[in-house]
Design a protein around this ligand. Structure first.
Ligand SMILES: [Zn+2]
Length: 259
């Protein structure tokens, strides 16, 4: 059983490595899980977020790993450290508290959870899996990367995807034909035809074009670094997310009663 699960990740790993259309091959890429199922929650970031010095250290360690499982552990450790670093820590603690409050995860101690249990509950992935800078990424790279991401999603089958940043949101919106699952009149400008990530931050969306037998919800969030620069949104960052999570939790418990 376990063997076939590992194979799924290795398949994705190999597909990207062997893909003639994937750029940045020389930069190395990351995986934060060594199996694809079962995961209810998936976090999709737009590209790796730590400093270039830390990236080099991480890649050096990852490249010396003997197998995928070990390599994944290296990436998880760096990711946990990044999450626990100063301003990120405040965000992730409040983020996890919401999941706990709505009984989506079991959480006692934040640091212990982030270091040891987080990756059992959350499948983490990057839209662009290579260690490139944001300025190196062009639209064509994003358009292509989303095909690999879609394949990954079809294997992991998450029920709730939390997306970070504009590029991930735009990619998922198109790919899954996302429609708002909650009313938003109370919160923002009534002119909603522009569903930019800052306009829809924290809202629950449902896919109108899901893979067969797979219901997918998405909550878009602005990029974590953008959050620190945007005073207006920063104050509401968690408050808006709460409503999306609350609605998802309600939907989740009602669908469990039916089945
Ligand atoms: Zn490719």
């Amino acid at each position: 059983m376990r063997v076939s699960k590992i194979t799924d990740i290795e398949k994705i790993f190999n597909e990207i490595r062997d893909c003639a259309r994937c750029p940045f091959k020389d930069k190395g890429f990351t995986f934060y899980a060594d199996h694809t199922t079962p995961y209810e929650f998936m976090l999709v970031l737009q590209n790796p977020l730590s400093t270039s010095k830390r990236r080099s250290l991480e890649m050096e360690e990852a490249e010396s790993a003997h197998n995928l499982k070990q390599r994944v552990k290296v990436h998880q450790r760096y990711f946990s450290d990044w999450f626990l670093f100063r301003k990120n820590r405040k965000f992730i603690e409040r983020f996890l508290n919401l999941f706990k409050e709505y009984k989506l995860i079991d959480l006692d101690n934040h640091e212990e959870y982030i270091k040891h249990e987080f990756f059992d509950d959350f499948y983490v992935t990057d839209l662009i899996k290579y260690w490139c800078t944001t300025s190196e990424i062009e639209e064509k790279h994003v358009e292509h990367a989303v095909k690999h991401l879609q394949r990954e999603i079809s294997l992991v089958k998450p029920r709730l995807i939390i997306s970070f940043g504009t590029r991930v949101w735009e990619a998922l919106k198109g790919q899954f034909k996302l429609k708002a699952y909650q009313r938003w009149e109370s919160k923002v400008d009534p002119d909603r035809d522009k569903e930019t990530v800052s306009n829809v931050h924290g809202f629950l969306f449902k896919s109108c074009s899901p893979p067969p037998n797979h219901e997918v919800f998405v909550i878009p969030l602005v990029h974590l670094s953008a959050r620190t620069r945007n005073m207006l949104l920063r104050d509401s960052y968690i408050q808006y997310l709460r409503e999306g999570i609350q609605l998802y939790a309600r939907k989740r418990s009602s669908s469990r009663k039916v089945t």
